[in-house]
Design a binder for this molecule. Structure first.
Ligand SMILES: Nc1ncnc2c1ncn2[C@@H]1O[C@H](COP(=O)(O)OP(=O)(O)OP(=O)(O)O)[C@@H](O)[C@H]1O
Length: 540
């Protein structure tokens, strides 16, 4: 490992003199020197140096809040640097806005997608092209790219009906349509299934072989080792090292990012006698597809008992989103008994009604669903908890108890180690992983009897992911029922007492973790007949 010894500012050609200085400099597409961004009192990027060569997949690593997104936003013209220099093909450039970045040849796929739900994939792409190319032409080009790069996409599908993975494909194709030389991908696989991620890697391989460069942000260190030719590591806004990830282990990369060893998650097996009553019960839950693109739910049955964590695995788009909506009350059922919380029918209750029964829910999408972006963390806390913690947060006559809300927000921030640039910032000012930590912490803080969480560690760094996973196990062992929907099989194996698989709107019986293997779960994810080799976790 080379820590901070690779002097990237010493070998470039400048001022367009490509070829004048043979060697490494010729192959550099992007060079960044001393790039700095300050938010209030926080230096999010502190004199960052970075070099991306032509035809290279370059990883940008760092824990949540390290400054990765801030850095790439400056490269894409979404944020203006306070200091520093950007060289493109050896020439100093200013990138005042994303259009300038695109003209230069820089494309970006953001962590939070910027798509309109009510429009089709092709219409969304058209909006970003800023010209009047007919939709049919755009759709044809998008289809051609989708075939060429192995990214299946129906250009006429409504975005609102698509899974997160499918939405990401639109973003990637939208980016490729502009024939970029450098593609920036901000945590592209955090919401993809292993199969989707493999497809994406093929696409990236192909782009690399065409000489394109990729700047790749990811918390998944195994894939960084597998895919990337070089890595730059940030910590607290500063570059702390460069390395060749292929020469590292996931543990050594994690250590480099975090500065020390990442704590392993501990899950002691839970015995039958340690499990309590069924706190969440799904009975014969069926749901017609709301749109032609959504998945019907087919007679789902599941029981989650006090003391246990049940995981739900599955390839994205097999009904997990529809299931979460039905269980959380985002969509109500006609049959009140199809969702029972702590022994009472809840199927016809709203989210607030179900929360009042002691349940808590963490949705997959952080911004918009999990938190209102333009509201402060304390305001978000009030928004989600006024219905359940009315007495704690709202006084007589409806007066908001600002002190109590502030104290609770600070408690959560401290418990989850949420890193931020102000005492009580707007949700949108938090890095993605830190916002996820806050949202999970906000729900855990209520000590709910039932917690249902969809993708608990999406975009969260290795250290923080371990903390969240341990907290979920801790909540269960303290007597709650915890249901975790995740596309990260490693995560499910780490935290679950039993794993069920959702496929095509059907849920298999949970397989006790002692009997679960990647092969069995993988078979079920691929649609193998449920029933064989599976045992219930509890007597009916
Ligand atoms: N618009 C903003 N206003 C104020 N502070 C901000 C803003 N954007 C980012 N920050 C702060 O800058 C720091 C770096 O955030 P950034 O999003 O770059 O981190 P990151 O490394 O991408 O993290 P993650 O892995 O969680 O996505 C964080 O402390 C964040 O709170």
């Amino acid at each position: 490992m080379v820590l901070g010894t690779h002097n990237i500012s010493g070998n470039q050609s400048r001022g367009g003199s490509v070829g004048a200085q043979p060697g490494l400099g010729e192959a550099n597409l992007l060079e960044v020197r001393g790039l700095t961004k300050i938010f209030g009192t926080l230096t999010a990027c502190d004199h960052v140096d970075l070099t991306v060569r032509k035809g290279e997949i370059h990883a940008l690593l760092g824990e949540n809040g390290a400054g990765k997104s801030t850095l790439v936003k400056m490269l894409f013209g979404s944020l203006e640097p306070n200091a520093g220099e950007i060289l493109w093909d050896g020439n100093p450039v200013r990138i005042p806005n994303p259009s300038a970045a695109r003209r230069l040849g820089i494309g970006m796929v953001f962590q939070h997608f910027s798509l309109f739900d009510a429009l089709t994939a092709a219409e969304n792409i058209a909006l970003s092209l800023q010209n009047d190319t007919p939709i049919a032409t755009i759709a044809a080009k998008a289809s051609a790219l989708s075939h060429a790069y192995g990214l299946p996409l129906d250009p006429f599908a409504l975005v609102g009906d698509l899974s997160v993975g499918e939405r990401q494909r639109i973003e990637i194709i939208r980016c490729l349509l502009q024939t970029p030389q450098l593609i920036i991908l901000d945590e592209p696989t955090s919401v993809l299934t292993p199969q989707e991620a493999d497809k994406l890697f093929e696409t990236l391989d192909r782009l690399r072989s065409e000489g394109k460069s990729i700047l790749y942000i990811s918390h998944r260190l195994e894939e960084v080792k597998r895919m990337c030719d070089a890595a730059t590591v940030l910590r607290h806004g500063k570059v702390v090292g460069h390395c060749d990830p292929r020469q590292e282990t996931a543990a050594s990369l994690a250590r480099m990012m975090v500065g020390n060893e990442v704590q392993a998650v501990v899950r002691e097996p839970v015995s039958e006698s340690e499990r309590g009553p069924v706190l969440l019960e799904i009975r014969n839950l069926s749901r017609q597809p709301a749109t032609p693109f959504s998945i019907p739910l087919r007679s789902i049955n599941l029981r989650v008992r006090a003391g246990e964590v049940i995981g739900i695995a599955g390839v994205a788009g097999n009904g997990q989103g529809e299931f979460f909506e039905a269980v959380s009350g985002e969509v109500m059922q006609t049959d009140a008994a199809s969702v029972r919380i702590r022994g009472k029918d809840a199927g016809r209750l709203s989210i607030s009604g179900r929360r009042r029964m002691g349940a808590a829910f963490v949705p997959e999408e952080r911004l918009g669903h999990g938190a209102a972006p333009r509201m402060r963390l304390s305001e978000n806390l009030l928004l989600s908890r006024h219905a359940t913690d009315g007495q704690a947060f709202v006084g007589s006559g409806g007066v908001v108890k600002a002190g109590a809300i502030d104290a609770a927000a600070q408690r959560i921030i401290q418990a989850m180690d949420v890193r931020k640039s102000a005492r009580d910032p707007e949700a949108s000012a938090l890095s993605g992983g830190n916002l996820q930590k806050f949202i999970v912490g906000r729900e855990l803080d209520r000590r709910p009897s039932v917690l249902v969480v969809n993708q608990p560690t999406w975009g969260v760094d290795a250290g923080a992911a371990a903390k969240i996973r341990q907290a979920l196990i801790g909540l269960a062992r303290a007597g709650s029922a915890v249901l975790v929907i995740s596309q990260d099989l490693d995560e499910l194996f780490e935290i679950s007492d039993a794993i069920a698989v959702m496929h095509n709107g059907e849920l298999s019986q949970p397989l006790p973790i002692a009997e679960a293997t990647y092969e069995k779960i993988g078979l079920l994810m691929g649609g193998a007949e449920p029933g064989h080799a599976l045992h219930a976790t509890e007597p009916a």
